[in-house]
Design a protein around this ligand. Sequence first.
Ligand code: ADP
Ligand code: MG
Length: 240
Amino acid sequence: MSEHLLSEQPLNVENLEVHYGAISAVKGISLTVAPGEIVAIIGANGAGKSSTLRAIAGAVPHTGRVSIGATDITQMPSEQIVCRGLSLVPEGRGIFGNLTVLENLLLGAWTNRKEAPENLEKVYNLLPRLRERQRQVAGTLSGGEQQMLAVGRALMSRSKILLLDEPSMGLAPKLVLEIFSILRDINSAGVSLLVVEQNATMALRLAQRAFLLELGSITLSGTGTELLENPRIRGAYLGH
Ligand SMILES: Nc1ncnc2c1ncn2[C@@H]1O[C@H](COP(=O)(O)OP(=O)(O)O)[C@@H](O)[C@H]1O
Ligand SMILES: [Mg+2]
Protein backbone atom coordinates (compact mmCIF):
# COMPACT_ATOMS: atom_id res chain seq x y z
CA MET A 1 0.00 0.00 0.00
CA SER A 2 1.47 3.29 -1.11
CA GLU A 3 -0.49 5.33 1.45
CA HIS A 4 2.36 5.74 3.90
CA LEU A 5 4.86 6.66 1.18
CA LEU A 6 2.54 9.36 -0.10
CA SER A 7 1.74 10.73 3.31
CA GLU A 8 5.03 12.58 3.66
CA GLN A 9 4.58 14.24 0.27
CA PRO A 10 3.50 17.81 -0.42
CA LEU A 11 0.09 18.73 -1.79
CA ASN A 12 0.45 20.65 -5.05
CA VAL A 13 -2.38 22.56 -6.68
CA GLU A 14 -1.76 24.10 -10.09
CA ASN A 15 -4.07 26.34 -12.04
CA LEU A 16 -7.23 24.99 -10.37
CA GLU A 17 -10.50 26.09 -11.93
CA VAL A 18 -14.08 25.39 -10.82
CA HIS A 19 -17.12 26.36 -12.88
CA TYR A 20 -20.79 25.94 -12.01
CA GLY A 21 -22.47 26.36 -15.37
CA ALA A 22 -21.69 29.92 -16.41
CA ILE A 23 -20.38 30.85 -12.93
CA SER A 24 -16.62 30.82 -12.60
CA ALA A 25 -16.01 30.19 -8.87
CA VAL A 26 -12.26 29.40 -8.88
CA LYS A 27 -10.16 31.02 -11.60
CA GLY A 28 -6.85 29.23 -11.88
CA ILE A 29 -5.29 29.18 -8.42
CA SER A 30 -1.99 27.52 -7.51
CA LEU A 31 -0.66 26.67 -4.06
CA THR A 32 1.34 24.06 -2.16
CA VAL A 33 1.10 22.59 1.32
CA ALA A 34 4.38 21.11 2.50
CA PRO A 35 4.44 18.05 4.79
CA GLY A 36 3.71 19.22 8.35
CA GLU A 37 2.70 22.71 7.25
CA ILE A 38 -0.41 24.75 8.14
CA VAL A 39 -1.67 26.89 5.25
CA ALA A 40 -4.72 29.17 5.47
CA ILE A 41 -7.00 30.55 2.78
CA ILE A 42 -8.98 33.58 3.89
CA GLY A 43 -11.58 35.51 1.97
CA ALA A 44 -15.10 36.87 2.04
CA ASN A 45 -18.29 34.90 1.61
CA GLY A 46 -18.54 33.71 -2.00
CA ALA A 47 -14.80 34.11 -2.74
CA GLY A 48 -14.49 30.44 -3.76
CA LYS A 49 -12.93 28.99 -0.60
CA SER A 50 -15.27 25.98 -0.27
CA SER A 51 -15.12 25.32 -4.01
CA THR A 52 -11.32 25.20 -3.81
CA LEU A 53 -11.33 22.63 -1.00
CA ARG A 54 -14.07 20.55 -2.61
CA ALA A 55 -12.16 20.49 -5.90
CA ILE A 56 -8.91 19.39 -4.23
CA ALA A 57 -10.81 16.60 -2.42
CA GLY A 58 -12.41 15.46 -5.69
CA ALA A 59 -15.93 16.46 -4.66
CA VAL A 60 -16.71 18.90 -7.51
CA PRO A 61 -15.68 18.87 -11.19
CA HIS A 62 -12.58 20.96 -11.84
CA THR A 63 -9.64 21.49 -14.17
CA GLY A 64 -5.97 22.12 -13.49
CA ARG A 65 -3.70 19.70 -11.67
CA VAL A 66 -3.80 18.42 -8.09
CA SER A 67 -1.09 16.06 -6.89
CA ILE A 68 0.26 14.52 -3.71
CA GLY A 69 3.98 14.24 -4.34
CA ALA A 70 4.37 12.68 -7.79
CA THR A 71 0.87 11.16 -7.79
CA ASP A 72 -1.70 13.00 -9.88
CA ILE A 73 -5.04 12.92 -8.01
CA THR A 74 -6.80 15.49 -10.21
CA GLN A 75 -9.48 13.18 -11.55
CA MET A 76 -9.46 10.51 -8.83
CA PRO A 77 -12.81 9.78 -7.15
CA SER A 78 -12.95 11.31 -3.67
CA GLU A 79 -12.88 7.86 -1.95
CA GLN A 80 -9.57 7.06 -3.60
CA ILE A 81 -8.18 10.44 -2.58
CA VAL A 82 -9.09 9.62 1.04
CA CYS A 83 -7.14 6.36 0.65
CA ARG A 84 -4.16 8.49 -0.40
CA GLY A 85 -4.28 10.28 2.94
CA LEU A 86 -6.23 13.45 2.14
CA SER A 87 -9.61 14.16 3.82
CA LEU A 88 -12.05 17.07 3.72
CA VAL A 89 -13.84 18.22 6.88
CA PRO A 90 -16.75 19.92 5.14
CA GLU A 91 -18.48 23.17 5.98
CA GLY A 92 -21.49 22.29 8.12
CA ARG A 93 -19.59 19.23 9.35
CA GLY A 94 -21.46 16.44 7.52
CA ILE A 95 -21.83 14.13 10.49
CA PHE A 96 -24.71 11.67 10.94
CA GLY A 97 -26.94 13.17 13.62
CA ASN A 98 -28.89 10.01 14.37
CA LEU A 99 -25.78 7.85 14.89
CA THR A 100 -23.64 7.86 18.02
CA VAL A 101 -20.23 9.52 18.28
CA LEU A 102 -18.56 6.11 18.14
CA GLU A 103 -20.60 5.03 15.10
CA ASN A 104 -19.66 8.24 13.28
CA LEU A 105 -15.98 7.68 14.06
CA LEU A 106 -16.10 4.06 12.88
CA LEU A 107 -17.65 5.20 9.59
CA GLY A 108 -14.52 7.27 9.08
CA ALA A 109 -12.40 4.12 9.39
CA TRP A 110 -13.58 2.48 6.16
CA THR A 111 -10.18 2.84 4.51
CA ASN A 112 -8.47 0.56 7.05
CA ARG A 113 -10.82 -1.33 9.32
CA LYS A 114 -8.09 -3.51 10.77
CA GLU A 115 -6.37 -0.51 12.29
CA ALA A 116 -9.64 1.07 13.47
CA PRO A 117 -9.22 0.24 17.21
CA GLU A 118 -5.71 1.68 17.22
CA ASN A 119 -6.77 4.80 15.29
CA LEU A 120 -9.79 5.24 17.55
CA GLU A 121 -7.47 5.33 20.56
CA LYS A 122 -5.31 7.99 18.86
CA VAL A 123 -8.35 10.10 18.01
CA TYR A 124 -9.71 9.78 21.57
CA ASN A 125 -6.32 10.87 22.93
CA LEU A 126 -6.31 13.95 20.68
CA LEU A 127 -10.01 14.69 21.32
CA PRO A 128 -10.81 13.39 24.84
CA ARG A 129 -14.30 14.93 24.76
CA LEU A 130 -15.24 12.39 22.09
CA ARG A 131 -14.28 9.49 24.37
CA GLU A 132 -16.54 10.87 27.11
CA ARG A 133 -19.40 11.24 24.64
CA GLN A 134 -18.89 8.10 22.57
CA ARG A 135 -22.38 6.65 23.26
CA GLN A 136 -24.15 9.98 22.73
CA VAL A 137 -26.22 10.54 19.59
CA ALA A 138 -24.22 13.00 17.48
CA GLY A 139 -27.19 15.28 16.76
CA THR A 140 -27.39 16.16 20.45
CA LEU A 141 -23.75 17.31 20.70
CA SER A 142 -22.98 21.02 20.99
CA GLY A 143 -21.71 22.85 17.91
CA GLY A 144 -18.11 22.65 19.11
CA GLU A 145 -18.38 18.95 19.89
CA GLN A 146 -19.87 18.28 16.46
CA GLN A 147 -16.91 20.08 14.92
CA MET A 148 -14.54 17.93 17.00
CA LEU A 149 -16.39 14.83 15.79
CA ALA A 150 -16.06 15.91 12.15
CA VAL A 151 -12.31 16.39 12.62
CA GLY A 152 -12.04 13.09 14.51
CA ARG A 153 -13.86 11.22 11.80
CA ALA A 154 -11.50 12.56 9.12
CA LEU A 155 -8.54 11.48 11.25
CA MET A 156 -9.93 7.92 11.49
CA SER A 157 -8.81 7.36 7.90
CA ARG A 158 -5.24 8.12 8.95
CA SER A 159 -5.21 11.28 6.91
CA LYS A 160 -1.92 13.08 6.62
CA ILE A 161 -3.46 16.11 4.90
CA LEU A 162 -6.69 17.61 6.30
CA LEU A 163 -8.70 20.22 4.43
CA LEU A 164 -10.85 22.12 6.93
CA ASP A 165 -13.75 24.25 5.71
CA GLU A 166 -14.58 26.98 8.27
CA PRO A 167 -13.88 24.94 11.41
CA SER A 168 -14.86 27.88 13.64
CA MET A 169 -18.18 28.67 11.95
CA GLY A 170 -21.08 29.10 14.33
CA LEU A 171 -19.00 28.49 17.47
CA ALA A 172 -18.87 30.64 20.59
CA PRO A 173 -15.52 32.46 21.04
CA LYS A 174 -14.30 30.09 23.77
CA LEU A 175 -14.97 27.06 21.57
CA VAL A 176 -13.25 28.74 18.63
CA LEU A 177 -10.10 28.91 20.76
CA GLU A 178 -10.52 25.27 21.73
CA ILE A 179 -10.94 24.12 18.11
CA PHE A 180 -7.87 26.06 16.98
CA SER A 181 -5.87 24.60 19.86
CA ILE A 182 -6.96 21.11 18.75
CA LEU A 183 -5.86 21.90 15.19
CA ARG A 184 -2.41 22.81 16.52
CA ASP A 185 -2.23 19.47 18.38
CA ILE A 186 -3.27 17.56 15.26
CA ASN A 187 -0.62 19.36 13.25
CA SER A 188 1.99 18.56 15.92
CA ALA A 189 1.00 14.90 15.54
CA GLY A 190 2.22 15.11 11.91
CA VAL A 191 -0.85 16.14 9.91
CA SER A 192 -0.63 18.96 7.32
CA LEU A 193 -3.57 21.37 7.37
CA LEU A 194 -5.18 23.52 4.68
CA VAL A 195 -7.67 25.68 6.58
CA VAL A 196 -10.31 27.91 5.04
CA GLU A 197 -11.77 30.59 7.31
CA GLN A 198 -13.80 33.75 7.45
CA ASN A 199 -12.29 34.22 10.93
CA ALA A 200 -9.14 35.66 9.39
CA THR A 201 -7.42 36.64 12.63
CA MET A 202 -7.48 33.12 14.07
CA ALA A 203 -6.53 31.49 10.78
CA LEU A 204 -3.58 33.83 10.18
CA ARG A 205 -2.29 33.27 13.72
CA LEU A 206 -2.47 29.52 13.19
CA ALA A 207 -0.94 29.30 9.73
CA GLN A 208 2.67 29.46 8.64
CA ARG A 209 1.61 30.65 5.18
CA ALA A 210 -1.63 32.12 3.93
CA PHE A 211 -3.47 33.25 0.83
CA LEU A 212 -6.19 35.83 0.30
CA LEU A 213 -8.84 34.63 -2.15
CA GLU A 214 -10.98 37.28 -3.85
CA LEU A 215 -13.58 36.44 -6.52
CA GLY A 216 -11.90 33.13 -7.28
CA SER A 217 -8.32 34.42 -7.56
CA ILE A 218 -5.40 34.62 -5.12
CA THR A 219 -4.67 38.32 -4.70
CA LEU A 220 -2.20 38.24 -1.77
CA SER A 221 0.08 35.65 -0.20
CA GLY A 222 2.69 35.60 2.52
CA THR A 223 3.39 34.29 5.99
CA GLY A 224 0.51 34.36 8.46
CA THR A 225 2.23 37.23 10.27
CA GLU A 226 2.76 39.22 7.06
CA LEU A 227 -0.90 38.98 6.19
CA LEU A 228 -1.96 39.88 9.75
CA GLU A 229 0.09 43.07 9.41
CA ASN A 230 -0.94 43.88 5.85
CA PRO A 231 -2.92 47.17 5.84
CA ARG A 232 -5.35 45.99 3.16
CA ILE A 233 -6.11 42.79 5.10
CA ARG A 234 -6.44 44.73 8.36
CA GLY A 235 -8.87 47.15 6.78
CA ALA A 236 -11.08 44.68 4.95
CA TYR A 237 -10.80 41.38 6.85
CA LEU A 238 -9.65 41.96 10.43
CA GLY A 239 -12.02 44.76 11.35
CA HIS A 240 -9.36 47.14 12.68
N1 ADP B 1 -23.29 24.18 -6.32
C1 ADP B 1 -23.20 25.43 -6.79
N2 ADP B 1 -23.88 25.83 -7.89
C2 ADP B 1 -23.77 27.08 -8.39
N3 ADP B 1 -22.98 28.04 -7.85
C3 ADP B 1 -22.28 27.70 -6.76
C4 ADP B 1 -22.34 26.39 -6.17
N4 ADP B 1 -21.52 26.37 -5.09
C5 ADP B 1 -20.98 27.59 -5.02
N5 ADP B 1 -21.42 28.40 -6.01
C6 ADP B 1 -21.02 29.80 -6.25
O1 ADP B 1 -19.62 29.83 -6.41
C7 ADP B 1 -19.07 30.97 -5.75
C8 ADP B 1 -18.06 30.55 -4.71
O2 ADP B 1 -18.74 29.84 -3.67
P1 ADP B 1 -17.97 29.13 -2.47
O3 ADP B 1 -16.86 28.33 -3.02
O4 ADP B 1 -18.99 28.44 -1.65
O5 ADP B 1 -17.36 30.41 -1.70
P2 ADP B 1 -16.93 30.57 -0.17
O6 ADP B 1 -16.73 29.24 0.41
O7 ADP B 1 -15.68 31.39 -0.26
O8 ADP B 1 -18.03 31.33 0.49
C9 ADP B 1 -20.25 31.75 -5.19
O9 ADP B 1 -20.60 32.73 -6.12
C10 ADP B 1 -21.33 30.69 -5.08
O10 ADP B 1 -22.62 31.25 -5.19
MG1 MG C 1 -17.57 28.36 2.08
